[in-house]
Design a protein around this ligand. Structure first.
Ligand code: GLA
Length: 721
């Protein structure tokens, strides 16, 4: 619910358990009042003070330094020295920016961008839209706060409109700004990483200064996921104050937390200013990506579940089926060597062993026999598929399988027909050769001709073939960012225009292939973000399929994203980690955390191994609905000890799937208390036949690892009728 108090000018944006309050008086800056647990009276301006070396408005609020006023849309260069949420460079070169309140409106629904991914809305969603005007440049800003009551989440975005007669330049545009007053101590949780070890959890206290989490890569990247949280120092799974933030965007971004000299905290999230600025001509408008914020007073576990609920209900593309199909993917078993015979061998073995979909990975098109050539040439390789793709797909389908295919549309190899004909389609600065990464260049997706070429070739080659699933990859980051179609004064728009072009192509793919599902990927989980989740049902979590590493990656991924997004495969190799091969059971127990797949050539496997795979698939099908739509509870973190343990619970607690994993074993007994169990129910473990009563589960069940090098336990509890 969103309400205005006409006397105090306070606007209250409420969700079921949270309140976000601001004060907006005509002609003045919009002041942030409060964000946190729902309270009746939010405090107004908690610490009026005039600091030395801090400008103020003499006539109005002389007791308040600009530097300390909690602000909703802080500008630049007009007395607030903290990091800004917007900087406008005027035609005359001035950069001072200071937005003042004009009016507000409250409405049901929310802005739904036509060009960018966004949170979907239902009838419960309401929006507060503030209209502000910059007293220097005359540019208007429309700041939207949309409340998602049952997910305790607020989505924020800003649209700038140039109603003047001149052009201005926007830079450092944040989507979200939250100022916390002094007196609240926080620790920061975030998800940094590297390629092959994306998203691991770090938690640290804040120090005075700015901590900037950013990607200049033209993609969110493996190196710093855009999700982060601020939690009270005492916060744990079950208690403590927690705020989670994220951006619904897949490109370069900047998230900043600034602890000021006066111990106030500013949080910003948005496009930032790494080679980003946008020329706003008269009559034009510019929309920022959306940013999300979620609050829980009940600890990290509750914050996580709320975040998951929000992503599942309002971001992710809804699935057409109750769970993802179980796939067999050719990559780790075959690398680039796909051809009709191999695909049919794979398919035969897949259909005999319970697999539901065959996914043909890289290597089926152009001259793509290694990563050195072919990207951009979206034509079936006739030497590998002499009768054409449709014929192979039909044969696969005749065996009762669905068919998926790998594509990487945003890229081009210099050794390709596309590049030979259109070198100007690649991002490259005209004065020097561009840098290669995995022997490929990045296409200028901001060029409408490039997007049209991709629509045409992908449409022609894959249309009518019967594709049920796309794996959309992105195997390098942007460099040499320069677009052959933009004038010099717009070159700093190229990376954002790249994302807009990619989003256009993603939307086109979904419309053109309405029955196919989409798994996005970027060298594993290099674009594991809400932008990609808006278009696809799931994401390839990591190229690292070693379960010992996956445990950490998956636990961290679940911090900000729900299990249905997290595509997990039992891998080809025995995942030699620290010199020890991993058993099939352990690999499976780790992979069963999300949408399941396999990555080895089953046609070459022993009957014994195939029988184990068949049994795993049957087992998985009996509980796959729990990771898909249950609530996630963490029992033991691999970041704190040797065990990773968690369970998924059905919404009413009558079904539970508990998993405990230890890559390095020891035999210390563990007690798990299952808070989502119902006290008055009796449960049966469908895997072992053992019975448990709800009271005992709630109090805690004791399990003991067997002390071997790796250990996994799965318990699938269903309440007796
Ligand atoms: C990336 C993906 C892999 C595979 C290869 C193909 O690395 O993450 O799963 O698809 O590309 O080239």
């Amino acid at each position: 619910m969103i309400r205005k108090n006409a006397r105090t000018h306070i606007y209250r944006v409420e969700t079921e358990n949270t309140l976000y309050a601001l004060r907006a008086v005509r002609g003045e800056r919009v002041e942030h009042i409060y964000y946190g647990r729902k309270v009746r009276n939010a405090l107004i301006s908690p610490y009026p003070h005039n600091y030395g070396f801090s400008p103020n408005d003499k006539d109005k609020t002389a007791s308040l330094s600009h530097d300390i006023i909690p602000a909703e849309l802080p500008g630049y260069g007009a007395g607030d020295y903290r990091a800004e949420a917007i900087r406008i460079i005027d035609k005359n070169g001035a950069a001072a920016t200071d937005f003042r309140f004009v009016k507000a409106r409250i409405y049901q629904g929310k802005p739904l961008s036509a060009a960018m991914p966004h949170a979907r809305a239902d009838e419960a969603v309401e929006t507060l839209e503030l209209t502000l005007k910059d007293r220097f440049s005359g540019i208007f800003a429309f700041v939207s706060y949309s409340a998602y009551p049952e997910a305790d989440t607020i989505v924020r975005s800003v649209r700038y409109e140039n109603r003047t007669r001149k052009s201005v330049r926007l830079t450092n545009t944040a989507s979200l700004c939250v100022d916390f007053p002094a007196g609240k101590e926080f620790e920061l949780i975030n998800l940094p990483g590297t390629y092959y070890f994306e998203r691991h959890i770090e938690r640290a206290p804040l120090r005075q200064g700015n901590y900037v989490m950013t990607s200049h890569r033209g993609a969110t990247g493996h190196q710093m996921n855009p999700y982060f949280a601020l939690v009270s120092p005492d916060a744990d799974e079950k208690a403590g104050e927690c705020y989670a933030f994220n951006l619904i965007y897949s490109g370069a971004y900047t998230n900043t937390v600034e602890l000021t000299p006066y111990r106030a905290l500013r949080v910003l999230s948005g496009l930032g200013d790494h080679h980003f600025s946008w020329l706003l001509e008269k009559g034009e408008s510019f929309e920022t990506p959306e940013a999300t914020m979620c609050y829980s007073a009940k600890g990290i576990g509750d914050m996580r579940r709320k975040t998951h609920r929000f992503v599942k209900n309002y971001i992710l593309k809804p699935r057409k089926s109750t769970r993802a199909p179980i796939v067999l993917n050719t990559w780790e078993g075959t690398w680039f060597d796909v051809n009709e015979k191999l695909i049919l061998d794979y398919a035969r073995a897949a259909s005999q062993n319970g697999i539901e979909m065959l996914v043909m990975d890289d290597g089926w098109f152009g001259a793509r026999v290694s990563d050195k050539a072919g990207l951009g040439d979206w034509f079936v390789n006739p030497a590998r598929f002499p009768e054409g793709l449709a014929s192979t797909v039909k044969k696969v389908k005749d065996m009762g399988l669905a068919f998926g295919i790998w594509i990487e549309p945003e890229m081009v190899n210099p050794d390709s027909e596309l590049y030979r004909n259109h070198p100007e389609y690649a991002l490259a600065v005209p004065t020097a050769d561009p840098s290669l990464s995995r022997d490929q260049l990045v296409l200028d997706m901001g060029n409408p001709e490039v997007v049209a070429y991709l629509k045409e070739t992908l449409g022609k080659t894959l249309g009518g073939v019967g594709i049920d699933y796309f794996k959309w990859d992105f195997n390098r980051h942007l460099s040499d960012v320069y677009s052959s179609i933009l004038p010099p004064e717009r070159q700093a728009e190229a990376a954002h225009r790249f994302m807009l072009g990619t989003y256009e192509l993603l939307a086109w793919l979904r419309e053109t292939f309405p029955d196919a599902m989409l798994e996005t990927c970027s060298g594993g989980g290099g674009r594991y973000d809400l932008g990609m989740m808006y278009y696809g049902e799931q994401i390839w979590t990591s190229d690292n399929t070693d379960p010992a590493w996956r445990v950490d990656i998956q636990c961290a991924s679940l911090m900000g994203y729900p299990a249905p997004t997290m595509s997990c495969h039992v891998a080809n190799r025995e995942n030699i980690c620290e010199g020890k091969p991993r058993t099939l059971r352990f690999r499976y127990a780790v992979a069963a955390a999300g949408p399941l797949g396999y990555e080895f050539n089953l046609s070459e496997c022993s009957e014994e191994l195939c029988a184990s795979v068949r049994a795993q698939i049957e087992e998985y099908k009996s509980y796959a609905h729990l990771p898909e739509s249950g609530n996630y509870y963490e029992l033991a973190s691999p970041y704190e000890g040797r065990t990773y343990a968690y369970y998924y619970a059905s919404p009413n607690g009558d079904e539970l799937l508990l998993t405990a994993l230890q890559a390095k074993g020891d035999a210390i007994p563990l007690t798990f208390s299952i808070e989502a169990a119902c006290e008055d129910l009796t449960y049966t473990d469908l895997l072992s036949g053992k019975e448990y009563d709800g009271k005992t589960l709630k109090k805690g069940i004791c399990v003991c690892p067997d002390g071997m090098d790796e250990w996994s336990l799965m318990i699938h509890l269903r309440a007796k009728k």
